[in-house]
Design a protein around this ligand. Structure first.
Ligand SMILES: *[C@@H]1O[C@H](CO)[C@@H](O)[C@H](O)[C@H]1NC(C)=O
Ligand SMILES: *[C@@H]1O[C@H](CO)[C@@H](O)[C@H](O)[C@H]1NC(C)=O
Ligand SMILES: *[C@@H]1O[C@H](CO)[C@@H](O)[C@H](O)[C@H]1NC(C)=O
Ligand SMILES: *[C@@H]1O[C@H](CO)[C@@H](O)[C@H](O)[C@H]1NC(C)=O
Ligand SMILES: *[C@@H]1O[C@H](CO)[C@@H](O)[C@H](O)[C@H]1NC(C)=O
Ligand SMILES: *[C@@H]1O[C@H](CO)[C@@H](O)[C@H](O)[C@H]1NC(C)=O
Ligand SMILES: *[C@@H]1O[C@H](CO)[C@@H](O)[C@H](O)[C@H]1NC(C)=O
Length: 519
């Protein structure tokens, strides 16, 4: 689920590839209650934040990133657009860490070991933390109390930003929620197979005319995995780490998950330029995967298919040895941390998705309706959290609907952006989401970016960004200007240019070069 946990059941929302490191100071907040909503405990803790006031001028806004599921550095380093635009807007910048992540642990290492402690890991507690810290931040750094707060977040961070606008309308002035699957819940209208079909779409879009071969590849791995001889072949082909041997068909399932994870992550991080941080990826990694597919023989043998799957997986997981459980062979920074997003998946964040197999996608089918999805998820949660007291009743299938919902008819100033080849894009708002179709009169925008991967728009601008990415950033700057300066007329969005490959190959990050040489 996280970069230090190589292998997971299902892909998580964060992306981990950085540009130049931003510069900021680190601070710890005032004490906040572990439980904001009841009076049975009086425990408090402090939350970490990063800030930079270098560009702030009186009347400037605050660009606030609501930390999502990871250590705060990951978000500070992968949201270049905030640092890039801060000088232009005379903005103060603050990133606030999500509770139970990084250095914001209510009960240090013991935060995860009992339901009475980890049970305070919820989105609503988290945004309540943010809502206390933001006014305090203004006060202690002498930022005007009138300074407008613009929440900018990607993925789950984008969901938190949008939810804050609904819950704290007078605190949050505007939101840029990128790749935030806010309707991917029961009743939101996103198809169960949406994730897998987007991955398949990404492979088609970027050059694999016929990706059926990937389904054949998964079958080849399963078939080889049925006996010892085949498992030995797989061990050789994938160079399996001896610490996670392939001894049984169950172990082979972990290998299937490993390959699935790699393929999903290639689609999610299919960025136009090479990215290198914790995992090193070429430009357009899906194109690279497709080049392997296009080169494969006409009637590949089972072993050739397995080799193809290995070649593709290694684009994402570039390590020599294939580890099937990073908790066993990796050096996880803090193994306990890796479980907290999973805990949210087992309590409130019930994003309903499943690989379903052809024609929806090229993955082995895991479930095919809501009931089988819930059954699979509950089994996962029981395996992981029964020992700390998790029961089926703690999985509240409608928690997000009941806590926030997705009715945007009574709110304003929200920009949603989604990429057409981002697997998470399937769960973004649509014209059927209440308040979206007629949203512009309340300055609610829904931009769909052709060919764009997971929150590409929030990254540091690059000379290799397609025109539609440059254009969306440009339009968003115009929108932000009108939110901050009420004397300006409201903004009307225009259609984004179609996707086109940039004809530049020598990619470089562009710092402070708004409007980025748009055509
Ligand atoms: C804020 O960011 C600017 C630009 O990266 C940098 O010059 C400055 O030193 C930073 N301030 C702090 C306090 O890190
Ligand atoms: C804020 O203003 C007060 C009073 O003018 C001053 O004492 C304090 O040092 C300032 N704090 C910061 C962080 O600039
Ligand atoms: C992919 O399909 C298109 C249209 O069906 C065809 O024109 C093109 O030649 C195909 N490309 C490859 C590499 O097979
Ligand atoms: C796609 O490839 C598979 C084999 O991987 C083949 O059986 C199928 O006929 C191909 N489909 C098309 C439309 O070429
Ligand atoms: C896998 O990669 C190796 C090394 O790059 C290459 O020689 C081989 O042809 C590839 N095989 C398949 C099936 O993609
Ligand atoms: C990768 O593993 C193989 C087989 O164990 C070994 O021969 C090779 O030297 C390793 N390559 C690297 C770069 O470590
Ligand atoms: C890229 O396209 C522009 C025109 O759109 C052209 O002037 C330029 O020469 C092209 N560059 C390359 C490297 O092809």
């Amino acid at each position: 689920m996280f970069w230090w946990k190589q292998i997971l059941i299902e892909i998580n929302l964060i992306v981990l590839i950085a540009a130049k490191y931003p510069e900021y100071n680190e601070g710890y907040s005032l004490s906040v209650p572990v439980d904001h909503f009841a009076y049975t405990i009086s425990d408090t803790f402090k939350i970490r934040y990063f800030y930079n006031l270098t560009f702030y001028k009186p009347n400037g806004p605050i660009f606030f990133y609501p930390g999502n599921e990871g250590s705060l550095e990951v978000f500070a380093e992968n949201t270049g657009i905030i640092w890039d635009l801060a000088p232009k807007f005379n903005a103060a910048v603050i990133f606030i860490e999500h509770r139970y992540w990084g250095k914001s642990l209510p009960y240090s290492d013991e935060s995860f070991t009992a339901l009475s402690r980890i049970g305070h890991m919820t989105s609503i507690q988290t945004i309540a933390d943010f809502a206390i810290i933001l006014p305090w931040f203004k006060q202690i750094y002498n930022i005007s109390q009138d300074s407008k707060i613009i929440a900018i977040g990607g993925s789950y961070g984008g969901m938190l930003a949008a939810w804050m606008k609904l819950k704290y309308p007078t605190l949050i002035h505007g939101v840029w929620a990128s790749s935030a699957p806010v309707v991917w819940f029961n009743g939101g209208g996103t198809p169960l197979g949406g994730y897998g079909s987007r991955v398949q779409k990404a492979f088609k879009f970027f050059g694999c005319n016929n990706s059926t071969i990937l389904f054949d590849g998964f079958n080849a791995i399963s078939n080889l995995g049925k006996d010892d001889q085949g498992r030995q072949k797989l061990t050789n082909i994938f160079n399996i780490n001896p610490k996670t041997p392939l001894n049984s068909e169950n172990d082979v399932k972990k290998l299937l998950t490993f390959v699935q994870t790699a393929i999903e992550n290639l689609a999610m991080t299919n960025y136009p330029y090479p990215t290198s941080f914790l995992t090193s990826l070429p430009a357009w990694p899906v194109k690279v995967a497709c080049s392997f597919i296009l080169q494969s023989p006409a009637n590949p043998s089972t072993e050739e298919l397995a080799t193809l799957m290995k070649n593709i997986s290694k684009i994402y997981f570039a390590t020599n040895l294939t580890c099937l459980d990073a908790m066993i062979c990796g050096n996880p920074e803090n193994p306990k941390l890796a479980d907290v997003w999973d805990f949210q998946k087992c309590t409130e964040i019930i994003i309903e998705l499943c690989p379903m197999g052809p024609p929806n996608d090229f993955f082995p089918m895991l479930c095919n309706d809501r009931e089988s999805f819930l059954k699979t998820r509950k089994q996962f949660c029981s395996n992981n959290y029964k020992h700390i007291g998790w029961t089926d009743n703690l999985m509240r299938e409608n928690a997000i609907q009941e806590t926030y919902g997705w009715d945007f008819t009574q709110t304003s100033n929200i920009i949603f952006t989604d990429g057409t080849i981002d697997p998470w894009g399937a769960g973004g708002v649509t014209n059927n989401t209440p308040g979206i179709m007629d949203g512009q009169k309340r300055q609610i925008f829904n931009f769909i970016i052709e060919g764009s991967a997971h929150h590409l728009d929030l990254r540091q601008p690059s000379s290799c960004d397609p025109e539609n990415i440059k254009n969306i950033r440009y339009q968003i700057v115009q929108i932000l200007k009108t939110w901050i300066d009420p004397s300006l007329p409201p903004y009307s969005s225009t259609a984004l240019p179609p996707f086109a490959f940039p004809n530049v190959t020598d990619c470089e990050y562009l710092y402070n070069q708004y409007p980025w040489n748009q055509k």
